[in-house]
Write a new protein. Structure first.
Length: 287
């Protein structure tokens, strides 16, 4: 197993997948994105992200053309190149879909390669049960937006090998991020705590305690949170937060039951930043 990854696969070219591809390409790895729907859009997300990072001086001195040149796309998991050090699955939070792509990825991987899921709440143990070798499978929970975030939550299942965790810890540090290692449990550490705070903030809006901006400001100024729970919910996506809450409610109990306001907003298509409207109104290019 290499000490520095030279070849990475990413399954899914959405915002998260493109961000993961960007940070590894910036490290100097060759990255292949497997995207079955719109390869052009996946690559454009990387190009845009690299350009923004270059403008902000966040490419570690690398030429943006060189970084984007390291990223290629294929239309299927089976088309990923041989010799990859790591494949990160970053498809939507649907267990059956994740299992399908993880099984396909394992078949395409050489011995010694590591397979990871970017899930924010699904059980690594249950996803890994479908694999022939779960010892090389681990959770790598990146945060949105990936290039600007400083944390990766590494999730180990009982079957995950110590060497797998050690390699991933090293790679996380090499892409300029810090890691926490948690044992597999519903919601891990970050989603469990983040969703708990976010749901209570939504209930406060629902109950008329205060508006979204004042609730967020209270946490930012009073508790030194860099971002309030409602603005954070908009960035994550209200649909994503709803799905995580439903999963946690099913596994941990009614304290994670989603508020009606959250369900109503998702039903109206008010999904947050990506839809232009959530608890805040978002304009193109807003951050």
């Amino acid at each position: 197993m290499t000490t520095t990854p030279t070849a990475i696969g990413v399954i899914g070219g959405g915002r998260m997948g493109a961000g993961i591809a960007q940070v590894f390409a910036t490290l100097g790895a060759d990255v292949t994105i497997a995207e079955s729907h719109d390869q052009g859009a996946a690559r454009e997300r990387v190009v845009t992200g690299v350009a923004r990072a270059h403008e902000r001086g966040k490419l570690n001195g690398r030429d943006p053309v060189e970084v984007t040149r390291r990223v290629s796309t294929v239309g299927a998991v089976a088309d990923l190149p041989v010799g990859l050090d790591l494949v990160v699955e970053a498809v939507p939070e649907q267990p059956a879909l994740k299992i399908d792509v993880l099984v396909a990825a394992e078949k395409a991987l050489a011995d010694g390669a590591i397979l990871a899921s970017n899930t924010s709440s699904l059980s690594i143990t249950e996803l890994g049960a479908a694999l022939n070798d779960p010892s090389r499978f681990v959770g790598m929970h990146f945060f949105n937006p990936v290039p600007a975030s400083s944390l990766v939550e590494i999730v180990r299942a009982p079957a995950t090998a110590d060497g797998t965790v050690s390699a991933v810890r090293s790679w996380v540090r090499q892409i300029g991020k810090s890691e926490v290692v948690v044992n597999d449990a519903p919601g891990f550490a970050t989603s469990r705590l983040g969703v708990c705070l976010g749901l209570e903030a939504i209930r406060m809006v629902e109950d008329g305690v205060a508006d979204a901006a004042d609730i967020d400001r209270a946490m930012e100024l009073g508790y030194r949170h860099p971002m309030g729970p409602l603005r954070s919910t908009d960035l994550v996506g209200l649909d994503v937060r709803l799905a995580i809450a439903e999963h946690l409610a099913a596994t941990l109990g009614e304290r994670f039951e989603p508020p009606k306001l959250l369900r109503d907003k998702v039903a109206r298509g008010e999904l947050g930043r990506k839809a232009g409207q959530g608890f805040y109104e978002w304009k193109e290019g807003a951050s």
